[in-house]
Design a protein around this ligand. Structure first.
Ligand SMILES: [Zn+2]
Length: 253
């Protein structure tokens, strides 16, 4: 394999988080892991601790999708959680694959696609970390991704209750003023309807689980995997994700 080049600095992500939260009391390092290219901490941030509704917002499980990481930093820096903080407890995982983030590769340092490994025995440390936050059920889980092959924004929706039909569509309606929606009938091999891929599958029968299905198995009420199109510039991708997050929180019922 060709020598990888470091493209982004995870240290600078840590520094930015420390400047957003100078007291650092809400930043937790759950695990630190070692690679031949350096050591990486796995960070969790909790805000609004103890509030009745619980939201998980995560990014960077695929290292070559930096827009989600930037979205979470922007959301925190601009205190975009403020309107929701009396009601919601937020868990942020700003970057699940810091090695991949630094080298801008999808996989981790062992060449593993982390979002395929939530059902395996003895998973990599990044998965142990991500799984650890599901000790109590979330009402809402938002996973931020990017897709190099898509010409527009779309999302995967997994809700365990039919009352959330239309939820994803309403989110896309708010995003479309920023980034066009991918209206194809099939996206990434799945049937899509107006940008929503409604995965109502029997999760127990699946050979492998992404994080969203692990969350569903842990009684997350509604889980959205949000996919911004990489072909747009980073500001547009971040704005599209920010809009999706705010709308998801605003219209949640
Ligand atoms: Zn991804």
């Amino acid at each position: 394999m060709a020598q990888l080049k470091k493209i982004n600095s995870f240290d600078s992500i840590i520094k930015r988080l420390e400047s957003i939260f100078p007291e650092q009391s809400c930043i937790e390092t759950l695990y630190e892991y070692h690679t031949s290219d350096g050591d990486y901490p796995l960070l969790k941030i909790i805000l609004g601790k103890g509030n009745s509704r619980r939201a998980l917002i995560s990014a960077g499980i695929h290292g070559d999708e930096p827009g989600g990481v930037e979205t979470i930093l922007n959301f925190l820096k601009n205190k975009a959680y403020k309107p929701f903080i009396d009601e919601w407890e937020f868990t942020f995982l700003p970057c699940i694959n810091p090695y991949g983030y630094e080298f801008e590769v999808r996989e981790n340092h062992e060449g593993k696609d982390l979002n395929r490994l939530f059902k395996v025995d003895d998973p990599p440390i990044e998965i142990v970390f991500a799984k650890s936050v599901f000790d109590r059920a979330f009402d809402l889980a938002l996973e931020l991704h990017e897709d190099v092959d898509s010409h527009g924004y779309y999302l995967y929706q997994k809700g365990i209750n039919a009352k959330y039909d239309g939820y994803g569509l309403e989110i896309l309606n708010s995003v479309k003023k920023i980034m066009p929606i991918n209206l194809d009938n099939e996206i990434d091999g799945s049937v899509a309807h107006q940008g929503v891929i409604g995965k109502d599958i029997d999760i127990a029968s699946m050979d492998w689980w992404p994080m969203a299905l692990y969350g569903a198995a842990k009684d997350t009420r509604i889980s959205l995997t949000l996919e911004a199109a990489s072909k747009f510039n980073i500001e547009t991708r971040v704005n599209a994700h920010l809009n999706a997050i705010k709308t998801a929180l605003t219209i949640f019922f």
